[in-house]
Design a protein around this ligand. Structure first.
Ligand code: PLP
Length: 620
């Protein structure tokens, strides 16, 4: 558990049990051993990779956040309340949205839509009548009308103005539909976040109104005698804010905006501090981009305290606090389980060393001599010489001065040398700079049945780190160092950066596969990954199982959702299944006429083709 940092990043939801198996832990002593669920799914004929979703973890996150605010509100005797809003863009999967809506009902947790389609989805959800339905993002008439109809339905819909021109649209349509709007203004804070999404805040931010524009909105509403329509001040300085100080600075600025408006007679009701509550992916509790230097409880306490401090100083009523946390609510609830298919690499392959030939090239003889005498003392020198010799060898080959036989012998000798050096490095007190990269050079490649682009797009696009660990054999010390490669035909489809408490690790310690299935779990990937994933190489959405812990049964697979079939992926690209079949049938007919296909072969190909169209896109 320590080796993979489980106690540090798991927030108490995951644990390695006494049998070395990873389990999900839930309040009330409930737990689920991941391996058992996977074995049951495999026995039922379900194919890997599979996402295991744990709705109870999701519900627990919703509860924890609301309770953290309740506690802080009580502690500081804050005069307003807290209402969370889930921005569904973070994960629109049905089980996610419905679980959050249900778990958050009594806390008046609302939803946030950033597009027309998202609003259509949100309007159909069962949330508390007081819960907010915030409409962010750029809007057209359709978006605004739908939002206004939502108010008429009795939902607490707030239309957040992201740019000035949206005000006229809202005023015009609200008159047309005879609905009184509730408007929020996203304010362009001067404050910036920290971490990968720093540019979401600051003066150059894509969204929001500046101070002059905000005052213009106030004046327009005053002219229309609709000042009370301005009900929310909203800000968002980026996702995954690593440093709590940045949050405090932003909240202070936003509260000053709110307080100034209230003092000027605008009855603003809600102060929305946006998203940004982080996830400690590496467990280091630092301001490193994969971490955060605060807890959920500290976040809630600091937001409440800062708002109160400003309000007391400015002598204005304390607002209802809204936050739009998405990542922090959803990241923990799912685990992607991927099987290791194969292992390749310098420590696995037993290289066949071609025989020494009489007329062997001198460069190969040099490598031979280097390989004979490697000690802790000379390891660095030998390494540098061997790397130089290998480069020379490549040049000689390209110029036609080295035979393929000599090249093969030279490469095998080189691999042997670095393996011996790696052994020597283990006995060194101080590892010279040149040799620090050696574990990576020597790392094995574990080929895993998944697509990075479909399942972990943020790792590929922006280097987001996720905890990855075997879900079993954790009572055995792993003996290999590895990087992971996926099954796409893209060399970018690899993972070679892993979480570490002090740094980023370039390799992952793994076990030698022992003939039985060896599964890795990818954790904390429940936010953004499900919805940003793409169908590179036509690998589609993966199978998923919704698993619930149960006192009597241990666990229950509530629902199995099939991943996308090949046919769906192909049709997404504009093809029709019938056209594909027609084309294959025509080709079979031509081949049959030429005598290349018998009747039964034609039938067999037809069956295979259908099976593949209806099949899972991953290796089975
Ligand atoms: N609110 C807005 C306006 C956003 O743009 C985002 C995402 O960046 C969020 C909320 C969700 O942020 P997070 O997932 O960091 O909680």
């Amino acid at each position: 558990a320590e080796l993979y940092g489980v106690p540090y990043w798991s927030s108490g939801y995951f644990r390695v049990n006494d049998e070395g198996k990873l389990e999900v832990d839930l309040p009330g002593g409930l737990s689920i051993v991941l391996e058992e669920v996977i074995e049951e799914l495999v026995a039922r004929g379900k194919s890997m990779p599979i996402i295991l979703r744990f709705p109870q973890v999701l519900a627990e996150r919703v509860k924890s956040l609301s309770e953290a605010f309740r506690k802080a509100i009580k502690e500081y005797d804050y005069q307003g309340k807290y209402q969370g809003v889930f921005p569904i863009k973070v994960n629109q999967r049905r089980v996610v949205v419905e679980t959050i809506a249900k778990a958050g009902y009594s806390y008046h947790t609302g939803l946030e839509a950033g597009s027309k389609a998202e609003l259509a989805l949100c309007l159909a959800q069962n949330i508390h009548p007081e819960a907010l339905l915030c409409c962010n993002g750029f809007k057209d008439d359709g978006f605004v009308s739908l939002a206004l109809w939502g108010r008429k339905l009795g939902k607490n819909v707030v239309i957040t103005l992201e740019k000035m021109s949206e005000l006229d649209r809202v005023l015009r349509l609200s008159k047309e539909l005879n609905v009184k709007p509730a408007v929020g203004v996203r304010f362009k804070l001067n404050a910036k976040g920290s971490g990968q999404w720093e540019e979401s805040g600051g003066d150059n931010a894509k969204f929001g109104l500046n101070a002059a524009e905000l005052l213009h909105v106030v004046e327009r509403l005053r002219e229309e005698d609709m000042l009370d329509a301005l009900s929310m001040i909203h800000c968002h300085i980026g996702s995954q804010i690593t440093d709590i100080r940045r949050i405090k600075v932003a909240v202070r600025e936003a509260t000053n905006v709110y307080a100034n408006l209230v003092k000027a007679g605008v009855p603003v009701k809600y102060l929305n501090v946006g998203g940004g509550l982080g996830v400690d992916y590496d467990g280091s509790k630092t301001t490193f981009y994969a971490s955060m230097n605060y807890t959920m409880a500290e976040y809630a306490a600091d937001v409440v305290y800062t708002i109160q401090e400003v309000c007391q100083r400015m002598e204005v009523q304390e607002p209802i606090i809204v936050s739009e946390s998405g990542r922090a609510l959803t990241a923990h609830h799912s685990v992607l389980v991927i099987p290791v298919l194969d292992v390749t690499g310098p420590t696995v392959d037993q290289p066949f060393i071609p025989d020494r030939k009489e007329d062997q090239h001198q460069i190969v003889t040099d490598l031979e001599q280097l390989s004979e005498n490697i000690t802790v003392r000379n390891a660095r020198e030998v390494y540098n010489d061997a790397v130089a010799d290998k480069e020379t060898m490549n040049n000689l080959f390209n110029l036609g001065y080295l035979s393929l036989h000599d090249r093969a012998r030279g490469e095998a000798l080189f691999n042997g040398i670095i393996r011996k050096i790696a052994k020597a490095v283990q006995d060194m007190k101080y590892v010279p700079d040149e040799l620090e990269d050696l574990p990576r050079v020597l790392a094995d490649k574990y080929v895993c049945n998944f697509s990075l682009f479909q399942s972990l797009p943020d790792n590929w696009a922006i280097d987001t780190l996720f905890p990855i660990i075997p879900i079993h054999r954790l009572d055995e010390r792993p003996t290999r160092e590895a990087t992971l490669v996926d099954i796409t035909c893209d060399s970018d489809g690899k993972i070679d950066k892993f979480i570490d408490l002090r740094d980023v690790k370039r390799t992952l310690p793994l076990h030698v596969p022992d003939g039985k299935p060896y599964y890795l779990g990818i954790f904390l990937a429940g936010a953004y990954q499900d919805v940003l994933g793409s169908g590179h190489n036509l690998f589609g959405k993966v199978n998923e199982a919704h698993v619930v812990a149960d006192k009597e049964e241990g666990y229950r697979i509530e629902l199995f959702v099939r991943g996308q079939k090949a046919r769906r992926m192909i049709e997404n690209m504009g093809y029709e299944e019938d056209d594909l079949r027609d084309s294959i049938e025509a080709q079979i007919e031509t081949a049959r006429k030429k005598g290349h296909f018998t009747q039964s072969e034609a039938k067999e190909l037809g069956t295979t083709y259908t099976e593949e169209l209806l099949g899972y896109t991953y290796l089975e």
